[in-house]
Design a protein around this ligand. Structure first.
Ligand code: KIV
Length: 291
């Protein structure tokens, strides 16, 4: 285990220390290495991969094998951050036994250190079962993207009093069942504050205002790569969509004009390029690709 590894007990302790938890999603080793080096606390292999990686309009088509595949890749880039994997639609709601089997595969094959599942009171038995088996669980209440058709779209939750009471009870049940932290998605900031004050475990918000114990964003969204996705809660911390388009456009122009590759990017048979090294690509001892 890396020396400064972020463990579950450490994450739980952040709440009493008033230390915010920083979580982002990642779906491959390159991004996970970068976000790990940026010192995030938690990396989530979210089933949002259904949208940002696979191009679906919801998370429903994502399979357990998909999350396992991406988690394995992400795990190779993460040293310090805690790695959590999402349980996809219909891989844990049939029964606690089904959830145990899915979570077991996600940890063994996907190398994640905890699993996330959506739902409130109805998931309490399952969460208790998983935690009793030594599987750390991240809860998720409020907007549940896997229930998008039942609630009629990706909508803000807790707009009326009855909904707010239900979401608070959901969060309480999830915490009491043993979840070590809870995602609060798309709800008014006052509701997120109440839940954060009421439960003993850290809350991590997305579209839930500033009073949560931490925040999570989908990495492609916050970096401006998902250019058509502009919800109110999202702040852009980069403009990689534009950067990528401009870089590829420049490359295309240079290739078409015959400017790339230039002499310095090429090797000649007589060695006049002064390159004594025959490698064109190798992996350094710390696994950083060297070109
Ligand atoms: O799938 C996901 O990325 C998520 C986060 C947005 C919390 O559930």
């Amino acid at each position: 285990m890396a020396q400064k590894k972020i463990t579950v007990p450490k994450l739980i302790s952040y709440k009493s220390k008033n230390k915010k938890i920083v979580m982002v999603t990642a779906y491959d080793a390159t991004f996970s290495r970068l976000v790990d080096r940026a010192n995030v606390d938690m990396v989530l292999v979210g089933d949002s991969l259904g949208m940002v990686i696979q191009g679906h309009d919801s998370t429903l088509p994502v399979t357990l094998d998909d999350v396992i595949y991406h988690s394995r890749a992400v795990s190779r880039g993460v040293e310090r951050a805690h790695l959590c994997g999402d349980m996809p639609f219909m891989t844990y709601k049939v029964s606690p036994e089904q959830a145990l089997q899915s979570a077991g595969r996600l940890m063994q094959e996907g190398r994640v250190e905890s699993v996330k599942l959506e739902g409130g009171i109805e998931m309490a038995d399952t969460i208790a079962r998983l935690t009793a088996a030594g599987i750390p669980v991240v809860g998720h209440v409020g907007l549940l993207p896997q229930s998008v058709h039942a609630v009629g779209g990706f909508k803000m939750q807790g707009r009326n009093g009855i909904d707010r009471v239900r979401i608070i009870e959901d969060a309480r049940a999830v915490a009491e069942a043993g979840a070590f932290c809870i995602i609060l998605e798309s709800m008014p900031l006052e509701l997120a504050r109440t839940i954060t004050e009421e439960v003993d475990v850290p809350t991590i918000g997305i579209g839930a205002g500033p009073h949560c114990d931490g925040q999570v964003l989908v990495i492609y969204d916050m970096l401006g790569m998902n250019e058509d996705f502009t919800p109110r809660f999202l702040k852009l911390y980069g403009n990689l969509g534009q950067t990528i388009r401009e870089a590829v456009d420049e490359y295309a122009g240079e290739v078409r004009r015959g400017e790339y590759p230039a002499r310095e990017h090429s090797v000649s048979v007589d060695g006049s390029d002064q390159s004594s090294d025959n490698r064109i690509y190798s992996v350094s001892p710390d696994k950083t690709p060297v070109h």
